[in-house]
Design a protein around this ligand. Sequence first.
Ligand code: HSE
Length: 464
Amino acid sequence: MQSLDQHGALFLTIKLQMKQGKPALGLLMTQSPDLNIALVGCGTVGTGVVKILQSSMDSLRQRTGRSIQLRRVIVKDTSKVRDVDLGRIPVSNDIRTVIDDPEIHVAIHVVGGINPAREDVTRLLESGKDVITANKALLYEHGAELFAIAGKRNRTICFEAAVAGGIPIISAVNTALTANRIVSIEAILNGTSNFILTRMLDRRETYDAVLAEAQARGYAEADPAMDVDGTDAAQKLSILTQLAFGTRVPLEDIVRQGIQQIELLDLLVAAELGYRVKLLATSRIAKDRLEVSVQPTLVRTNRAIGMTSGADNIVSIEGDAVGVLRLSGAGAGQMPTASAVMADVVDYSTGRAAITFQSILRVHNQKPVQLQPQEELSRRYYLRFTVADRPHVLADIADILGRNEISISSVRQDETDDVADDAGVARLVIMTHRTTEGRLRIADRKIAALSSIRGDRIRMPIAD
Ligand code: HSE
């Protein structure tokens, strides 16, 4: 029997009827055509994809049974000198050359931002192309709309590279862990901020110097504000939460803080107390409600998350059957992210991706879990205040905390020579017992109004 798949690939099914008395054996042989791909975007990640395509051609052919051919490249600036030799592959700045090319099966979309990415991916899907994308902002903002288009047109979207760089967490959630009810996800999902927090502590470097290095190494987004203010991690967590819990959580429902105000002092005090500060992304079911947050958090130094350093990411995921699994590794950077893109190419080329995408579409339509109101999140907290060094300041702060039923577990203040407005200032660190985000917010507003408060106030939950 002969049949054609959606792109005209020829399948030969040979049925060998075994001799009478022996079991019948069905043997499917695939006559493999080339898999024709287009690369949309040839920046950091796109260049990495080309490098893997060029260096691993034979092993990719072996694994997929198909010859993977890069047929077209779309870039913004065709005159720019690239880090890879594209040979005779046509390079254009017009995506229509891909859309109008009936030979192209799938577009690898490695361009950041929403515009023109949203329109480009829509047009690619509508023209019958499948899409492999690394654009988490696009998936976070318009995933539902793009998935609906893909579903309607019987197309596939793959997005392993959109979350946690080289770590195969999308594949784990969508395939290996599907027998589980996911209970919690605790993760470091932004390489840039983890790199900054690690370097500041290890090398006593300033925030600005380390951020510049993260940019030079290709970890940071085009707008690094999204890395350090928690937006990038929150978008990734929202995508993971949707896949793991079937619930879409918009950014405004995520308790979200960035790392911009964290000072070396906070990292040093935390270290002395046995903690590392991590931009922790958490999504967990507690009493049938979903708690979702992205916040700089004190994590015990000896926990796997506490030990995750540099641009590495980690995802600790708990399923009701499997227990806790931890996946860690490079969460940003050219080759790790390209590795994830290429995993999608292989999955796509073997036909696995289309099957997985159908099951993702079914999960997307399941009944959402109710969200825990932000005010009701219950944790211990690290609080740091810069205050005027004068009598009764500590008593005023302790009084406000006490009146809001926030119990103090430790207080620390070191002598400093620091001054502000020609007067001495002190750095006050208070660790609390378990309390709620809501109580803390009320207390913080009252503390902020004290005349003794100088500069930033830092509030970080503690994940014991
Ligand atoms: N800017 C991102 C990070 C890259 O630092 O994690 C991967 O999404």
